[in-house]
Design a binder for this molecule. Structure first.
Ligand SMILES: Cc1cc(=S)c(O)co1
Ligand SMILES: [Zn+2]
Length: 261
């Protein structure tokens, strides 16, 4: 059952012994989203997403995950609406995943763990001058989280998967001409939203999380391709890039809102 794998997976995480939560942290991520405790907010607007595939720059292995980065000097790939008061610009997207299909996601839904989770990271370009500045501000970032579950082959993901061997090692980078991340979003508009943090250092409490209710399906070979990446640089003893997710953090005094009833 999920409970034992839940306890097991926590015990198995030497890599993520990063501070379970920063001292004084009151809005850390990830969290377990209890469906029945989330509150439908009728004032939540539909999320408006418009990405320009030509803003895609490159894909690189940063030693934690692989990131696809976007040109963010103009309002070309943006999100707005939903819980957001401003327009946010897409900076990058990346994934978190496990060594096996039993775990890998950061957020959980009623303790259900998914094999992987996609994060699309955006920054508040109305209020701040740069991503680096926005990372330090309470309303600085908006991250869309999408669960990946084992199922049908995902056509849109394959373009990413095919590029992974070129970024097998830490700090390897490869040009990526055009890619529209919208193809990785489920068609269902439903989401949960809550105030949280980055899940990797500096763990700053600057993220408005938007967690999609529906998962996307990917097949076993596509998940295995993620697990072929390495944390390590060329020449170092190889360490497979797996289990790059942070343990669950306490909800503390937070409410999770839903855009659906
Ligand atoms: C900026 C950023 C956001 C997330 S969620 C992550 O895992 C790493 O970096
Ligand atoms: Zn992330």
């Amino acid at each position: 059952g999920t409970c034992c794998s839940y306890r097991l997976r926590d015990a198995l995480h030497p890599l993520w012994q990063s501070p379970l939560s920063i001292p004084g942290g009151t809005r850390q991520s990830p969290i377990d989203i209890q469906w029945r405790d989330s509150i439908f907010d009728p004032y939540l607007r539909p999320l408006k997403i418009s990405y320009d595939p030509d803003t895609c720059l490159h894909i690189w292995n940063n030693g934690y995950s692989f990131l696809v980065e976007f040109e963010d000097s103009m309002d070309k790939s943006i999100i707005m609406g939903g819980p957001l008061e401003n327009q946010y610009r897409l900076k990058q997207f990346h994934f978190h995943w496990g060594a096996i299909n039993e775990w890998g996601s950061e957020h959980t839904i009623d303790s259900r763990v998914y094999p992987a989770e996609l994060h699309l990271v955006h920054w508040n370009a109305v209020k701040y001058e740069s991503f680096e500045e926005a990372v330090m501000e309470g309303n600085g970032l908006a991250v869309i989280g999408v669960f990946l579950k084992l199922g049908a082959y995902h056509e849109g993901l394959q373009k990413l998967v095919d590029a992974l061997p070129a970024v097998k090692h830490k700090d390897e980078i490869v040009e990526f001409d055009t890619f529209d991340p919208s193809c990785l979003l489920p068609s269902c508009p439903d989401y949960w939203t809550y105030a949280g943090s980055l899940t990797t250092p500096p763990l700053t409490e600057s993220v408005t999380w938007i967690i999609k209710k529906k998962a996307i399906e990917v097949d076993e070979n596509q998940l295995e391709a993620f697990r072929m990446l390495l944390f390590t640089s060329p020449g170092e003893e190889e360490k497979r890039m797996v289990d790059n997710f942070r343990p669950l953090q306490p909800l503390m005094n937070r409410t999770v809102r839903s855009s659906f009833q």
